[in-house]
Write a new protein. Structure first.
Length: 146
């Protein structure tokens, strides 16, 4: 399946990687700015949820950098098992992250609520769709990387 949709898998994995890398670099290099100004454009999603914590901000940034690097590497290599591991790791984070935020939308106005739910939901839906595309078809070799 990867061979048939190489461009699509690569584009999707890179599209997942780039925001993680950018967000992670921002939080690691300028944690207070990330806390005050994420996601940008005059919106303030992190600071609306509690007091600033530099340690937590840089740790979250380091996680996003690691996740972005894994997704980018998977998008370059296009190995089935690596893609599955990267998408699985993203889901292990994204599902509880989405659930938590769904219960904490009170501080946001309508537009921020909608944007928050859409952006966090995409980080669950897109990996699930990609994993479904990776399911083996009848007669496909069980071992092998591509």
């Amino acid at each position: 399946m990867i061979d048939r949709y190489r461009r699509e898998f690569r584009a999707a994995l890179i599209a997942l990687a780039v925001p993680n890398l950018a967000l992670g670099a921002w939080a690691v290099l300028a944690p207070h700015s990330w806390y005050d100004d994420f996601p940008g454009g005059g919106r303030h999603w992190v600071s609306a949820l509690g007091p600033y914590n530099e340690h937590l901000s840089t740790d979250v940034g380091a996680f996003f950098l690691a996740m972005g690097a894994l997704l980018l590497f998977a998008g370059i290599v296009l190995d089935r098992l690596l893609i599955q591991a990267a998408l699985g790791a993203l889901l292990i984070f994204s599902v509880p992250h989405l659930i938590w935020h769904l219960g904490e939308l009170g501080p946001y106005g309508t537009l921020d609520t909608v944007l928050n739910v859409i952006s966090l939901s995409l980080l669950v839906v897109v990996p699930i769709l990609l994993l479904l595309m990776l399911r083996r078809t009848k007669g496909e070799v069980a071992y092998g990387t591509r």
